[in-house]
Design a protein around this ligand. Structure first.
Ligand SMILES: Cc1cc2nc3c(=O)[nH]c(=O)nc-3n(C[C@H](O)[C@H](O)[C@H](O)COP(=O)(O)O)c2cc1C
Length: 214
């Protein structure tokens, strides 16, 4: 899959088939995660792979009872090792870099999950103090996200969540409330603001890429 196609195709999947996810695929997601950039190449991430039913149930309770946390065949808990970042970068390492590093790792995981035909969701709404004892997470680690993973149910037709047009949020040279910037040909509002089947978006993207290659 082309990287741009995978980026567009990725979306939060919250309904999963009951079948198990082979460990090999989970391994590939984690392999992708560790190739993310990290401040000073500290690589502060650690991963806890949860498949056990009761543990997932407890995690769901700690995550505002989000059902997909309990129902996903696998939950990968991505943690940031604060100790490593604080040693090298002090407060900025602890409160910013290690969170950014793990976030980049999580996005890599989501993209590879998409390219492997898996569905995944980044879950950030959970009580850290409840999650930590469930998984024996030591003080120095901060759980940053629960990533739910499974094969998507076949009856869900994927649609694209709306995105802000990038020219409305990109500023040339300096911040300005007036945006007059255009990098790519502008989509018509009609196209942008309608929820369409994902295949239509991918088809359109491919047409654009082919046009550019001419
Ligand atoms: C930091 C963060 C926290 C999130 N927390 C949750 C969550 O607790 N539960 C959930 O179902 N989705 C969660 N999401 C997923 C977002 O709802 C989702 O990415 C967003 O609506 C855009 O949809 P898309 O991922 O399908 O493109 C979270 C995403 C991020 C980046």
């Amino acid at each position: 899959m082309e990287v741009f196609e995978t980026i567009i195709k990725r979306q939060s999947v919250r309904m999963y088939d009951k079948k198990d996810v082979p460990n090999e695929l989970i391994g590939q997601m984690i392999e992708a995660a560790v190739h993310a950039p990290s401040a000073g190449n500290i690589q502060p991430w650690e991963f806890i792979v949860v498949k056990e039913k009761n543990t997932k149930k407890e995690l769901a309770l700690a995550a505002l009872k989000q059902r997909h946390v309990e129902e996903a065949p696998v939950v990968i808990v991505v943690c940031a090792n604060l100790e490593k970042s604080v040693d090298k970068y002090g407060e900025r390492g602890k409160t910013l870099y290690c969170i950014q590093d793990t976030a980049a790792a999580i996005e890599n995981m989501l993209l590879v999950a998409t390219s492997l035909g898996l569905g995944a969701c980044w879950v950030g709404a959970f009580e850290e103090n409840k999650v930590k004892p469930i998984l024996n997470i030591p003080e120095k680690l901060r759980p940053v996200a629960l990533v739910t993973v499974g094969f998507p149910v076949s009856y869900m037709k994927p649609t694209r969540n709306l995105r802000k047009p990038f020219e409305n949020i990109t500023h040339p040279e300096k911040y300005s409330s007036e945006i007059v910037f255009q990098w790519m040909e502008k989509e018509t509002d009609e196209w942008r603001f309608k929820i369409r089947p994902l295949e239509e978006h991918i088809k359109k993207l491919k047409e654009k890429i082919t046009e550019r290659k001419k």
